[in-house]
Design a protein around this ligand. Structure first.
Ligand code: C2E
Ligand code: CA
Ligand code: CA
Length: 385
């Protein structure tokens, strides 16, 4: 027999009854062990009807209820799992219904979610990866490595710097893209201790490469979490001061995010970077929603135009016009431009014509290991002499 297990959560306890009573006419509350606001119903009503009821209930209710002196914003979330009395254990039912409720809350509350097997498998995989990341960080950053991608001066075509890019090999899943594992490091705040290691490793490397190319500049990515939740400027100064290369040899790349917008505390941290002689770059320019907010504060010396605008730029009028406008605007404000993701000669010619200052992309080189990068710049400097 197929039954429906339902957890409902509201932030206003008194409202639970009001919601549950109408949809639970035929159901028997089994227990409320999970928390005083979660209720498990053993519901024999039609699954589709229950879903329709909850969706319309959640859609139609006003979300403010007046409670004594204050307005209380009322929200309610529900998760359900259709279970089979022959195969599912009590533990499965609790676990899966709880997961569905968790998803409803995670997806913005005031909503209803059914348990989804694929979603659950994905969630478990993320937890496993996060566990592995934690072990790697605790085991002296085992499995982490920095790769370096050349950043080339657009006028001379010569390497003038590098972007340090994190790599990680998971024991279970092998090499994984940073796009996949960095959000997990951020979620768990592991990016804070790892960020210190990144800054230290990249600074040590930069110190060596300045000896080969005196004007060499190392670009280091900073996560919003490092800026918001740690004393990042202290970490940066402590690690960089260990080496001879001055602060002017470092660029910190920051991707704009909703949380950063108009955040005064964050702006104060960014200003400390500038006051200490570091350069700041806005990363992935054009993909966010309010990049111009940052431009007006004059804290960023470099703007990195995202690959999305550069791919096939020689064939796409709109992208060319946009990039040309961004470059002109930046130059008038004294900001340098680095274009990302240049892969072909045609793209290179198009962006050079638009007077970009720096080029980064597979055309000049993919991110490589430190030894390989060192070999590249030594060879470049040999040819120069
Ligand atoms: P990002 O900062 O925008 O870095 C540039 C990404 O574009 C890198 O991907 C690089 O390999 C890739 N790329 C560069 N040129 C080309 C090209 O011509 N074609 C194509 N298709 N791709 C190109 P990667 O290394 O996979 O890194 C992805 C993202 O992960 C980075 O994007 C950055 O947001 C994040 N990330 C990487 N390392 C770190 C780190 O040390 N700290 C933090 N917080 N984030 C990092
Ligand atoms: Ca970057
Ligand atoms: Ca970028």
């Amino acid at each position: 027999m197929l039954l429906l297990s339902l957890f409902i959560f509201s932030n206003v306890l008194a409202k639970d009854e009001e919601l549950i009573n109408p949809c639970a006419k035929e159901s028997v509350p089994l227990n409320n062990v999970l928390s005083h606001k979660s209720i498990l119903l053993n519901n024999r009503v039609e699954i589709n009807n229950t879903e329709m009821f909850l969706v319309s209930y959640l859609d139609n209710r006003g979300d403010v209820c007046y409670d004594k002196k204050y307005d209380v914003f009322f929200n309610i979330s529900a998760g359900a799992y259709a279970f089979d009395t022959n195969t599912d254990t009590y533990k499965d039912i609790i676990k899966n219904t709880r997961f569905a409720l968790h998803k409803a809350k995670l997806n913005g509350k005031n909503r209803f979610e059914f348990f989804d097997k694929a979603d659950y498998a994905n969630y478990i995989k993320r937890l496993e990866i996060q566990g592995e990341l934690r072990s790697s960080v605790n085991d002296n950053f085992k499995g982490f490595e920095l790769f370096y991608q050349p950043i080339v001066d657009a006028d001379t075509g010569r390497i003038e710097g590098a972007e340090a890019l994190l790599r990680w090999k998971s024991d279970q899943y092998g090499f994984m893209s940073p796009v996949e594992f960095i959000p997990l490091l951020e979620e768990s705040s592991l990016i804070i201790p790892l960020g210190r290691w990144i800054i230290d490793t990249a600074a040590a490397q930069c110190n060596e490469w300045v000896k080969i190319i005196p004007q060499f500049v190392m670009h280091i990515n900073l996560s919003f979490v490092q800026i918001a939740k740690s004393n990042v400027i202290k970490d940066v100064i402590e690690n960089i001061n260990k080496y001879e290369a001055g602060n002017e040899h470092f660029v910190f790349e920051i991707t704009e995010s909703i949380q950063m917008d108009s955040n005064i505390a964050i702006k104060r941290v960014l200003k400390e970077f500038v006051d200490n002689g570091f350069l700041l770059a806005i990363d992935d320019f054009g993909t966010g929603y309010s990049n111009f907010e940052y431009m007006k504060d004059k804290m960023f010396g470099i703007l990195k135009i995202d690959r999305a605008f550069i791919t096939d730029i020689h064939l796409t009028d709109n992208n060319r016009i946009l990039v040309s406008f961004i470059i002109k605007m930046a130059h008038e404000m004294g900001v340098k431009i680095c274009v990302e993701g240049v892969e072909t000669k045609d793209e290179l010619m198009a962006v050079t014509k638009l007077e970009a200052d720096y080029i980064q992309g597979y055309y000049y080189g993919k991110p490589v290991k430190d030894v390989e990068f060192c070999r590249m710049i030594k060879q470049q400097e040999r040819i120069k002499r």
